[in-house]
Design a protein around this ligand. Structure first.
Ligand code: SF4
Length: 432
């Protein structure tokens, strides 16, 4: 049987796998020390689970990412960061996180803020329903929980915009609950470590992954004092000992984000679980075959013409409808299809404006989850915007006439319109 001393030497060093399903294999792992041990099948026995925990925490202690929301992991901070991190890169989130917290430092200030302020703070992050739900949930927390976030995953899941993953992340990282936070990172690591070959998006995959991680969490709970010493790194018990499960989730998140990568080859040589990972041991060089992903439907492409309507002072913005894509945010008036400049002028006249000049504002694309906008744009100088309200649907349309300062600082304009926003801000003042 492998000794603990051996297993520590193997982590991040070189080992010889003596038996994998009856085969003999050699596996080189970078490092100076050499050791030898039997392959460790993932999480089969209590001792193997403990070994995985020790290796993961040792690795995390030395390699964890320094992230602003980890400095003071209150429920609000964890919640805000997790919502921002959905669909968004860590580096991009850092600045937004700091700006948001400086404007709305706690749940009550978020609940009381004007919605347009919240949207403006979110401008450019995309998936704006996240921000809207964040504020809705803050209002519920204030009205039903006296401004304190609930501390269990099951209670957190009842709040708007908080799903199973986010609830588990908040409950474990901020409140110490033993809840595995199953996101894409954890699912990918699970699929590779256990060589799970069914489609990963299926409910059964999630249930199996949850069982796998709960088994690890339970094993970790039984060696809590030891894990605390690993987290401290010097044999003493660190502050992290009080939050073993939050630390485990963050270690798994970091493992998935920095070693068992979502795009490109995993860095198995630096992985604390390389000696027990079935994909690495049994599918060498083909670890990325897992997880098995569902076949993606091609995105629907929608063509639009964007109008930058401007008079001597202002630019027309249109508040988007309350439901659907980019609901309630501000954009520019749009028509379906790609219009020629002649058609565009007719369209503008049809709205009741008198165009004075038209200029090509270029083409742009924006990719949403299921749809792609393929846009062309025209800047049209008209005699007076205020005379007529834009009304494309036969009903009252929410047109705002904005100066450039308001476009910069007041109205939340999503990144789908970034090209045209920049175009008009760069040109305004120079073309009148
Ligand atoms: S050994 Fe490689 S494939 Fe397996 S969990 Fe580690 S990084 Fe991922």
């Amino acid at each position: 049987m492998t000794t603990e001393r051996n297993s520590r030497a193997i982590s991040g060093t070189e080992c010889r796998v003596t038996s994998v399903d009856g085969e003999k294999k050699d596996r080189g792992i970078s490092g100076e020390n050499r050791a030898e041990e039997s392959v460790v099948l993932p999480a089969e026995t209590e001792e193997k689970k403990r070994r995985m925990i020790r290796r993961l925490l040792t690795w995390y202690h030395e390699n964890r990412r320094i992230l602003p929301w980890r400095d003071d992991p209150t429920p609000y901070h964890v919640w805000l960061s997790e919502i921002m991190l959905q669909q968004t890169r860590v580096e991009a989130v850092k600045e937004y996180y700091a700006r948001f917290l400086s404007a709305l430092p706690d749940i009550s200030s978020l609940a009381a803020a004007p919605e347009d302020q919240v949207m403006k703070l979110w401008e450019g992050l995309g998936y704006y329903s996240r921000a809207r739900n964040l504020q809705k949930a803050a209002k519920v927390v204030c009205s039903e929980y006296q401004g304190r976030m609930p501390e269990t995953a099951s209670a957190l899941r009842k709040l708007p915009g908080i799903g199973a993953y986010t609830a588990a992340a908040i409950a474990s990282i901020a409140c110490g609950e033993p809840e595995p936070a199953l996101d894409g990172n954890l699912m990918r690591v699970f699929a590779r470590v256990t060589r799970y070959e069914e489609e990963i998006s299926q409910r059964a995959a999630r249930e199996t992954a949850e069982e796998f991680y709960r088994g690890l969490f339970t094993a970790a709970g039984k060696i809590r004092q030891e894990t605390a010493r690993i987290s401290a790194g010097d044999g003493t018990v660190s502050g992290q000992s009080s939050n073993l499960y939050g630390t485990l989730n963050q270690a798994l998140m970091d493992l998935g984000a920095t070693v068992c990568l979502p795009n490109g080859a995993p860095v198995c040589g630096a992985c604390p679980w390389s000696a027990c990972c079935m994909a690495h041991l049994q599918l060498p060089g083909r670890e990325t075959d897992l997880p098995k992903m569902p076949v993606k439907k091609p995105r629907k492409i929608q063509q639009y013409t964007v109008f930058l309507l401007q008079d001597a002072d202002r630019i027309a913005l249109r508040r988007r409808p309350p439901k659907g894509l980019l609901a309630g945010l501000f954009g520019f008036p749009m028509a379906e299809g790609h219009l020629t400049d002649r058609e565009a002028l007719e369209y503008v006249r049809g709205l009741g404006f008198s165009p004075i000049r038209i200029e090509d504002a270029g083409a742009a694309r924006h990719i949403f989850t299921h749809v792609e906008w393929d846009m062309v744009g025209y800047a049209v100088r008209v005699d007076e915007l205020a005379k007529i309200r834009y009304d494309s649907n036969g009903g009252e349309d929410d047109i705002i006439l904005a100066g450039t300062d308001e476009i910069r600082g007041r109205y939340p304009i999503p990144s789908a319109f970034r090209h045209y926003r920049e175009w008009i801000l760069n040109r305004t003042g120079g073309w009148q």
